[in-house]
Ligand binder design. Structure first.
Ligand SMILES: *Cc1c(COP(=O)(O)O)cnc(C)c1O
Length: 360
């Protein structure tokens, strides 16, 4: 019997393995850091740290100081980079807890140095978001600041290997970073891992791939699926041919139809744009979603599913190994990261523990 509310099931073993897969792709000379910002892409930062540390991960990237503390609480050794940069009043917490702010401006770098904090520098090479440009780098050369512990930049089009911006960003990154003297460098995130050794430098910042997303549409996906989303079948009803389903009657039954009602809707992060546009799994069978996604519920067509599976209390799976978040994103017109974040943040989470492969 299922619970009333939908559930995401997170496989921590798969997260650990994905870290190992990325490490082997990166090769022995390149480190891999885990990006656990936005509460671990919605999967729950607190639960991710321990398996990653056990798997050999020593470097984490978080969004802000509150997330940095959560990593530190679970690993006293880890190097924790804070993407939000060096804000006012951050010197003391960064120094005391050995957090490394990723400085996005000259002023932030100066503040970090004056606060005697290790700092990283983010260079703007073509993303047009944050980071020091060429003139900032020149000004920095004339200051006698301590060296940054890491110089980094972020690729805009790494998931499109043919895009000329990749090489342009890499070349700018090499030029700017060389002006700053010898230091560790990082350019690639998940998709950049597949652009070749010239893009890897000293450290890959692995987010999406850690959580099993297939950022470059490789067949088969080299990473393991981490996430399942399941919802409870709460009602089953029969309608005649010609009956319409849900708000604005966007689905019309072309035959006598057995409908199932699932207790999941956009309140639980299921995109409204998936209305009439996805397939769910029930046992080893599939059923299409019919009608519009409502706030708490959505309907599926169970006509072709065996009777014994069509009983209230049955779990129905919406994200699976065969139908991962990438597929749901394509169907819903969004990106897999948004899918994962929304359902992860909105649904109850349960975790498959590493040791036993059982739900903890
Ligand atoms: C989010 C983020 C990453 C991780 O990107 P993925 O594509 O999810 O691996 C890496 N670097 C920076 C600066 C980021 O903001």
């Amino acid at each position: 019997m299922c619970a009333d509310s939908p559930e995401v099931v997170i496989d921590l073993d798969a997260v650990q393995r994905n870290f190992a897969i990325a490490t082997s792709i990166a090769g022995p000379d390149v480190g891999v850091a885990a990006v656990v910002k936005s509460d671990g892409y919605g999967l729950g930062l607190n639960r991710l740290i321990e398996p990653l540390v056990a798997g050999g991960c020593r470097t984490f990237f978080v969004a802000d100081l509150s997330e940095a503390y959560r990593v530190r609480d679970r690993s006293t050794e880890a190097t924790v980079f804070v993407l939000a940069g060096m804000k006012r009043d951050h010197a003391e917490p960064c120094r005391k807890n050995r957090f490394v702010p990723v400085c996005n401006t000259l002023a932030e770098a100066v503040a970090a140095a004056e606060g005697r904090c290790d700092y990283a520098l983010n260079l703007e090479t073509g993303f047009s978001r944050f980071g020091l440009g060429p003139s900032d780098v020149r000004s920095l050369m004339h200051r006698s600041l301590p060296q940054p512990v890491l110089v980094m930049s972020h690729l805009a089009c790494a998931d499109d290997p043919a895009n000329a911006l990749n090489e342009l960003q890499k070349n700018r990154f090499v030029c700017f970073s060389e002006l700053l003297g010898p230091t560790r460098r990082s350019l690639a995130a998940s998709a950049g891992l597949f652009l070749g050794p010239a893009y890897l430098f000293d450290l890959v910042r692995l987010g999406s791939a850690l959580y099993g997303l297939n950022t470059t549409d490789l067949v088969p996906n080299p990473f393991m699926n981490v996430l399942k989303l399941r919802a409870c079948l709460v009602d089953v009803r029969h309608v005649h041919a010609g009956a319409t389903v849900g708000y604005r009657s966007t689905f019309r039954a072309s035959r006598p139809t057995r409908l199932g009602i699932l207790s999941i809707g956009y309140a639980h992060g299921l995109a409204w744009s998936l209305s009439n546009r996805m397939i769910v799994e029930i046992g080893s069978h599939v059923a299409p979603l019919v009608g519009r996604v409502a706030m708490e519920y959505v309907a599926i067509d169970l006509t072709d599913v065996p009777d014994q599976l069509c009983r209230p209390g049955q779990w129905v799976e919406l994200i699976t190994k065969d139908r991962p978040a990438d597929a749901m994103a394509r169907a819903g017109g969004t990106v897999a990261q948004e899918v994962m974040l929304r359902v992860g943040a909105a649904c109850r989470r349960s975790y498959l523990a590493i040791e036993h492969g059982k739900e903890a």
